[in-house]
Design a protein around this ligand. Sequence first.
Ligand code: IPM
Ligand code: MN
Length: 357
Amino acid sequence: MKLKIAKLPGDGIGPEVVEQAVKAVDAVCRHFGHEAEYKFGLVGACAIDAYGDPYPEETHSLCMDSDAVLFGAVGDPRYDNDPTAPVRPEQGLLAIRKKLGLYANLRPVETFSSLVDKSPLKKELVDGADFLCIRELTGGMYFGEKGRKDNGDTAFDTCIYSRFEVERILRLAFEYAGRRRKHLTVVDKANVLESSRLWRQIARELEPEYPDIQVDYMFVDNAAMQLIRCPKFFDVLVTENTFGDILTDEASCISGSMGLLASASVGTHTSLFEPIHGSYPQAAGKDIANPVAAILSAAMMFEYAFGLMEEGAAIRRAVATSLEKGYVTEDLAAGAASHSTSEVGDWIANQIENNHE
Ligand code: IPM
Ligand code: MN
């Protein structure tokens, strides 16, 4: 199969970790007889520097013409403490989500038995936890009307959702639950927010169409607690954009490191695959960042964008072996010898190509 991949490494550690994902993709292609063609695009702070625009038109047409987008991270400390900056790198990510219609962000949370003691939570709580967070990605406060009033002294962001937006993400969540353990948790704040009451109303309406799915409803504050109190309760969790942003960062500590979690954003046009971690500027260029989240995002790309499940599984097996053997970056080494970003990337690529059972 020919795979047309848009490569958007972005800022900070993005380029280093995407390079390792590319090594894994190339190893899979050699092993399974596929052909990957990469086209590079600028996004984030590096695109602002070059074009004054964090998601230039050129990058957008490249994404539209590709079968999948491999994304690194965006963000730059130059913008973080400057609330007056007219453009920000993060707007590049929001623009790409909106323009590609990526309304669903799938963030699987898995635990690796070799790493359960790396989690800040008790081993018996996390061992075996395995759930999928589905975050709505193109609505809510992120995209609702925002602005300033009273000479700039009052600010507002609006959480707005239409029936259409809520129904399509809920249906997707019901479907994913159907393919998993058939348990869906709808997370909202329906005791306070009108937008949440619309979510809950629509979810209740859809329930009879999916009779084999057990649905429960949880307020977001309670969900934040249950995620770390009892992560094994969850199978599929669906929620709106802002709640999903917060809960998935929280959920990442269940696995032991932010550097392990991958994500897929899917919707109307080309799907996008990215690690859930950010640009981690303190580590940029040092060859120390954990590439596993980016490599697992490439596994999701094979599975979700190309339906190549065996290929995705080959990457997952190689990653699991690297973790079992302790061939890891310093965030996971806990005092033991650690390896660089590129060494881990090479090791995993070699494992995929040469030791694939
Ligand atoms: C994420 C990130 C983004 C978000 C930022 C970089 C805009 O935190 O993908 O979770 O808030 O959605
Ligand atoms: Mn986030």
